[in-house]
Design a protein around this ligand. Structure first.
Ligand SMILES: [Zn+2]
Length: 394
């Protein structure tokens, strides 16, 4: 309820208006109410080509026909989506008059549902991950007439249920076909938009950004995939897209390199195919020496113009003075993903100092090659007048 000012909302969905009051279904006096206990857990799996799927496990009892596992599409390396979908499933599958107890170990889900929802509703869920599922969960809870309890699974009694639900969740994540959780919200309970009184300027700005239609991101998708696969080849682990984005602001990188990296992942440097559809300029897409498409990988790792090879040769020599072997950059993904690469000892422990040195060497060398190339393009000196041994900072 609240005072009158709390009813003015912005960012509302025009179609979500409803004139019926949001009333819970009436609780009949003489209806039999069952007590249901259910364990819900999430999991996730990454297949050999890097696709990530989330899994949900919903476990009632040994050999219970209601035990379920679900598989959901995602691009995030996390169990959280699976956990939330499991909870939503448990709520929507339960007859509304029953007393339901949901038992989980997920602090994320419990904290979201029990503590943060109130704030999120007043601020329109702006910036909240998995907000569609949280919205559906809260609407499904309000649509119940029986009580719903959430229990944090911490004691030994719940261990069997936890293990069973967790393994169902893994089974879900690895099964063949995807499930599509029903996120439809009953129109009576569909509260959209944010309270005007709860808005700040920065929240409003975020809200506007979230409303914008996504741009054509083909180039970005491609760069992210190349980066994820390069990191997997060098470390054995597939990062997700968010981890790649986060790594672009690694503290080992200079501000200039961060900007360069951000543009590289968005594929917005004015090179190569950028010039294809620009009349009279299509020749600019080719490398002046090698006569092939001048994309970032060509510039930084392949080009015959003196520069890139010399830089990498010097870096390698520098590295080998202190270390046994130099991990050669395999493709552009090694550079765009170098914030996620860690150098490990033979026993597998992360070597902090070495990792730090590696990231600085890779980022600064790549950026130096890029700067040399840009200076060359915008001046008219012939290739052979270019420094044979560009200096590299240690
Ligand atoms: Zn070239």
């Amino acid at each position: 309820m609240g005072d009158l000012s709390s009813h003015f909302r912005i960012f509302v969905k025009p179609g979500a208006k409803c004139h019926n009051p949001a009333l819970r279904p009436t609780q009949l006096a003489n209806i039999a109410r069952t007590q249901t206990h259910v364990h819900t857990e999430g999991n996730h799996n990454i297949d050999e080509i890097g696709n990530i799927s989330a899994g949900s496990g919903i476990w009632y009892n040994q050999d219970d026909a209601r035990n379920t596992c679900l598989k959901i599409k995602t691009d995030i390396n996390s169990d959280q989506l699976g956990e939330l979908v499991a909870i939503l499933w448990a709520i929507t599958e339960e007859p509304p008059q029953n007393e339901l107890t949901i038992i989980t170990k997920s602090t994320y889900a419990l904290d979201g549902i029990l503590n943060k929802l109130k704030k999120w509703e007043s601020t329109g869920y702006i910036g909240v991950q998995n907000r569609d599922i949280f919205r559906s969960i809260v609407a499904a809870l309000r649509h119940r007439s029986g009580t719903t309890c959430f229990k944090k699974n911490t004691d030994n009694d719940g261990e069997a249920g936890h293990t069973a639900a967790k393994s169902l969740a893994l089974q879900g994540a690895t099964k063949e076909a995807f499930d599509e959780p029903n996120l439809n919200i009953h129109p009576n309970f569909n509260l959209t938009g944010a309270q005007l009184v709860s808005m700040t300027q920065s929240l409003a700005y975020k809200g506007i950004c979230e409303m914008k239609l996504p741009r054509d991101r083909r180039g970005t998708t491609q760069m992210l995939a190349i980066t994820r696969h390069a990191v997997k080849a060098l470390t054995g682990n597939f990062p997700d897209d968010q981890q790649v984005w986060r790594s672009t602001r690694h503290q080992d990188f200079s501000k200039m390199f961060c900007t360069f990296l951000w543009k590289s992942l968005h594929n917005t440097h004015k090179i190569g195919n950028y010039w294809d559809n620009i009349e009279n300029y299509s020749h600019r897409g080719l490398c002046t020496k090698c006569r092939v498409t001048e994309n970032l990988e060509h510039i930084l790792l392949e080009c015959d113009i003196p520069g890139q090879r010399v830089v990498w040769k010097n870096v390698k020599e520098l590295w080998l003075k202190k270390h046994e072997n130099w991990p050669e950059p395999i493709n552009i993904g090694t550079i765009t993903g170098c914030g996620l690469i860690e150098v490990k000892s033979r026993e597998g422990t992360v070597l902090k100092g070495e990792s730090h040195a590696y990231r600085i060497l890779i980022s600064e060398s790549a950026h130096l090659i890029w700067k040399l190339r840009c200076t060359r393009i915008y001046s008219d000196k012939p290739d052979d007048e270019w420094p044979e041994n560009p200096e590299i900072q240690n």
